[in-house]
Write a protein that binds this ligand. Structure first.
Ligand code: NDP
Ligand code: DXP
Ligand code: MN
Length: 397
């Protein structure tokens, strides 16, 4: 009998974290939970502890950690609780861990991702911001640690599934990568009216149920901008080989067009348990819990160019992906930090939806681009960019 894979889930209380546990629960003989981590959601973490019996739990916020420790004791569960961000690095790199699901939202996930990479783990990456910010530093940690980096983001999992197994052939064989974008909740909306949209409207994604930050990113299409940068780092092609097409049904999750113009795509129902199950079982396949795609009832698969119906005006942030990729590597970290601040301010009703792009563009213009060499450089640049973006938010709110 094969030993169980021991998994750490960074961000287990989020949308991806919960879907990961759902998939793992379908295969009790295959997986054991080493660590679960969250920021502040105590009651959900308690329920996960009762069901999955992790060896250790991390709550980033100390008050939440202390409260969870009390509640675990009352339940008669003897599970150690740690707090503080440094504990994330420890549970991501612990010797007994085989695989780490990186499902924290934002640059807060960078340090534990690097710790897992340096420790040579199988790293399942949903946390796209960590790679957007970490860039070459992240990839160097993967190489030097001998880690295996597997994409979980649906588009990147689709691309990975559509590429040949041997990465050394990708540059020679591939013409371009085509990322599909749903267009989000405002695909057909008059760009002028975007200044009036509410956080609730922006978070109502037409096809996927996700956390609030990524939902707003989908609505601005900054999600696709981050994904273009993510694809550049994961697959090593040139920025001009990365293209975005709007596909409102989210059935084709992305495509690879080869030099002979043959196209290979991955399709499925929009359910993150599919890429999660693929990451957990790679190179095998296992039951995910997602429904099967039924081609007999599939009404249509349609496509729109970014030029159609004024899409560039509706989604001005998308072009920032290529602009930052053509600048120094630090530009991507600046863009990500600005966007995290702007989205949080929009969700707090401090700025308007259309001002998210204004904050991003103005921060890119305000912060000098650099070439970060290590985690400390990246964290300083992230801090500097957040401060610059916060100043703009304060001025405009
Ligand atoms: N949701 C989806 O379908 C998809 C998500 N992704 C990516 O996956 C990542 C997670 O997304 P999603 O699951 O939607 O996000 P959620 O907001 O649903 O969950 C985020 C998780 O991270 C934890 N967290 C939040 N802030 C911090 C912090 N500062 N330090 C440590 N932990 C923190 C949260 O804990 P707590 O609950 O306690 O706040 C929670 O467990 C994102 O990078 C997103 O872009 C990619 C593709 C699809
Ligand atoms: C499920 C997933 O991977 C999300 O990133 C999703 O793709 C968002 O959809 P759009 O950004 O295309 O609206
Ligand atoms: Mn995606």
């Amino acid at each position: 009998m094969q030993a169980k894979q021991r998994i750490t889930i960074l961000g287990s209380t989020g949308s991806i974290g919960q879907s990961t546990l759902d998939v793992m629960a379908r295969h009790p003989g295959q997986f054991a939970v080493h660590a679960l981590t969250a920021s502040s959601q105590v009651d959900l973490m308690l329920a996960q502890c009762v069901q999955f019996k992790p060896e250790v739990v991390v709550m980033v916020q100390e008050a939440a950690g202390r409260l969870l420790a009390d509640k675990l004791k009352s339940e008669g569960l003897n599970i150690p609780v740690r707090w503080g961000a440094a504990a994330l690095d420890e549970v991501a790199s612990a010797p007994e861990v085989d695989a780490v699901m990186a499902a924290i939202v934002g640059a807060a996930g960078l340090s534990p991702c690097l710790a897992a990479a340096r420790a040579g783990k199988r790293l399942l990456l949903a946390n796209k911001e960590a790679l957007v910010v970490g860039g070459e530093v992240f990839l160097a940690a993967v190489r030097e640690g001998g880690a295996v980096l597997l994409p979980i983001d649906s588009e990147h999992s689709a691309i990975f599934q559509s590429l040949p197994e041997d990465p050394s052939t990708w540059q020679r064989r591939v013409h371009k990568i085509i990322l599909t974008a749903s267009g989000g909740p405002f695909r057909a909306r008059d760009p002028i009216s975007l200044k009036d949209v509410t956080p609730e409207q922006a978070c109502a994604h037409p096809n996927w149920v996700m956390g609030r930050k990524i939902s707003v990113d989908s609505a601005t299409m900054m999600n696709k901008a981050l994904e273009v940068i993510e694809a550049r780092y994961l697959f090593g092609l040139e920025p001009d080989q990365l293209e975005v097409v709007i596909h409102p049904q989210s059935v084709i999750h992305s495509m690879v067009q080869y030099k002979d113009h043959s196209v290979v795509a991955q399709l499925g129902t929009p359910d993150m348990r599919v890429p999660i199950a693929y990451g957990l079982s790679w190179p095998e396949r296992m039951v995910s819990g997602a429904g099967a795609l039924d081609f007999h009832s599939l009404a249509a698969m349609t496509f729109e160019s970014m030029e159609d119906h004024g899409h560039p005006a509706r989604f001005p942030g998308l072009k920032l992906a290529w602009a930052t990729l053509k600048g120094l590597p630090g530009s991507c970290a600046v863009l990500n930090a600005a966007n995290e601040i702007a989205v949080a301010a929009f969700l707090n009703r401090e700025i308007r939806f259309d001002q998210i792009h204004d904050v991003n563009e103005a921060t890119l213009n305000a912060v000098a681009s650099v070439r970060p060499e290590n985690l400390d450089d990246l964290l300083s640049l992230d801090r500097l960019s957040r401060d610059a973006a916060l100043k703009l938010v304060t001025r405009w709110r």
